[in-house]
Design a protein around this ligand. Sequence first.
Ligand code: ADP
Length: 502
Amino acid sequence: MAAALPALERAAQGAKVGAVLDFLRRSPTKLLIDGKWTAAKSGKTFETINPANEEVLALVAEGDKADVDEAVVAARRAFEEGRWRTITPHQRGRYLLRIAELIDKYADELAELESLDNGKPVAQARTIDIAGAAGIFRYFAGWPSKIYGETNPSDPGMFNYTLREPIGVCGLIIPWNFPLMMAVTKIAPALACGNTMILKPAEQTPLTAIRLGELLQEAGIPDGVVNIITGFGPGAGSAIAEHPGIDKVAFTGSTEVGKLILQASAGNLKRVSLELGGKSPNIVFPDADLASAVKNAMTGVFYNSGQVCAAGTRIFVQRDIYDNFVADLTAASERMTPGNPLDPQTRLGPVVSREQFDRVLGYVTAGRHEGARVTIGGEAVGGKGYYVKPTIFADVRNDMKIAQEEIFGPVAAAIPFKDEDDAVLQGNATTYGLAAAVWSRDIRRAHRVARALKAGTVWVNCYGVTDTAMPFGGYKQSGFGREGSRHVIDLFTQIKSVYVKL
Ligand code: ADP
């Protein structure tokens, strides 16, 4: 019966929100430059695929350097003319609140669109991604009126003060794992600080960013303040990273591409902040609440099909409890069966793309070759869609490929450790340093280990908790700069010192 449906209805089969189909029917979608939706100069488009059924959801404009050039001109003009930065802080805050309200208003539509484009369960998209995106705008709506400088009394003959000013034109390059939330994590603080910007969503998941562009217009954000260029990394992304007219790049994605961004920034010494990959250790001591540790180890690695930069992919368990813990984790994971993301009961969807599917299964093969033991999963579900069964490897050594490289799929490596020192040593034996967790009822040990772990975030007796009011970012090759909290204000502002002779 499905074959009888027109292509779009087939691709979006199961969608319940009429507005989603209306949005998809507008395909090919366009670029947002200077407040106008325009086709790419090259006329090119690319397909965005529903990972649950491998059907084409929409054709999307393929922006490249020529389009980025035009967007930079628009963003520069909007910045220099003061279309945004000179609006009073209170008014800017009200704009951000209005965007939050619009995200709430269209939340069901955005959640379904996100689920279709990314493959994540619609219930999670609704409660985490979309509600989270509105919450981020609300948090940053409070900031414009609280960004101010300092006075310095060191010389009585002078009046010395600082001004905290926006940086200018920002390039925001984001990945596909939390498409709307990643966009908002960068747009909201960039706007709060008075910047103008060019957003490049990931080519796998451009749809909610495009819809957000429409909502920004509905909220009345002036033309040219937020420009959106859909396209590929090497075309649109690298043009942003290299552009002499862009003052700052905020990037979230792979460590490999993060290094390219940093190199490309050298041309005009643009400011760079990088939120990159991880291989986070989740360390379980025998004195922990083990039932809770099992549950959180499971969601900590399988949430969003493991496509989370801070996923707890290396589960370290003290040797005495290792076998029992792995057995319990395996049993708990049996309930994590992948299903149709549009079904409200589904907790695990497909991975985002064919490329990611092949990559994840390649790591599963590598794990087997290296001698690790699969306790559950270890294969694709089969049939249509990029579904990978949740997979746990036991008897993993920390120097194996599956324990060192970021897989970005539902694959866990369970590794035994001897004692506290060994746990910390192995936990830190990685090039990454994004996040870590420790499970113990011994308060002294928990804090000792939290201090010893080289990671930008450490969870104690929980996993994956985030809060926009807390800084998030990496140690080591997980990047630099902190998003969220007052620390991100530093990333999107610069300080001017003013000396006045009295
Ligand atoms: P992932 O491995 O999660 O797909 P990537 O780092 O490849 O992450 O991609 C994250 C974002 O970076 C995407 O928007 C992608 O298009 C973009 N990107 C990829 N390559 C480059 C590049 N060379 N320069 C700038 N952006 C890039």
